[in-house]
Design a protein around this ligand. Sequence first.
Ligand SMILES: C[S@@+](CC[C@H](N)C(=O)[O-])C[C@H]1O[C@@H](n2cnc3c(N)ncnc32)[C@H](O)[C@@H]1O
Length: 250
Amino acid sequence: MSEPDTHFGFRQVPLDDKQALVDGVFSSVAGRYDLMNDLMSGGLHRAWKEAMITALNPPKGAQPFALLDVAGGTGDIAFRAIAAGGSGVAATVCDINAEMLAVGRTRAEKLAQGNIDFVEGNAEALEFPDKSFDGYTIAFGIRNVPRIDVALSEAYRVLKPGGKFLCLEFSTVDVPGLDRLYDLYSFNVIPALGRAVTGDAESYRYLVESIRKFPRPNVFADMIRVAGFRQVRFTPMTGGIVALHSGWRL
Ligand SMILES: C[S@@+](CC[C@H](N)C(=O)[O-])C[C@H]1O[C@@H](n2cnc3c(N)ncnc32)[C@H](O)[C@@H]1O
């Protein structure tokens, strides 16, 4: 029997084809990824990520705290978590894309940042033991993963009981007026900016389209509950452009 279809942006594609297409996008943009985040969001992604770190609340002392940052790319969340916490915080950045990880490794070397590991791996099949992390973060990553339910089950599996799950993702803009402006900006300005900065408009068109295909926040919260998490909540930010989802493994 053939695999069901899924979406890659607005295109229907076989489920088994999506990951390679996503990998092509991030291999193409890796070198300019961090710069593009600042340009596209006017720096707002920094505030959204800081909100995630505040919610993670890594311990400030020497108490050990193992963080797994999945789809962690160039390591933005992991660097911030280490900076916010004490000497016991150690982060593992796991990403399927070697080019994105290479940018992160270079960053860690330049900053002489210890307590951080970069590991190639798939969110759907994590190569970590059960109950091995205190925190699991995934920022702007989950919508790229073909089987989101499988990735959520894996997040649950690797977290220790008492561990926190946090997912930052683009969401649904519900503010009248802002929704139209946001559409205009997304579909016109972002691909043009992508072309100017990375020479690749198509990857940024995928980015915009994939945001529109991502489930509404209440639907995604239900998926997090189905994976086993409890006290599942979400907080929309910036008029719903992004939402911070959280849950606990109890
Ligand atoms: C938009 S970037 C986010 C990077 C980083 N978390 C941030 O917030 O800056 C999405 C990342 O998801 C990664 N990714 C896509 N599919 C993945 C998968 N199945 N498993 C792990 N990482 C994946 C991509 O390689 C890419 O680095």
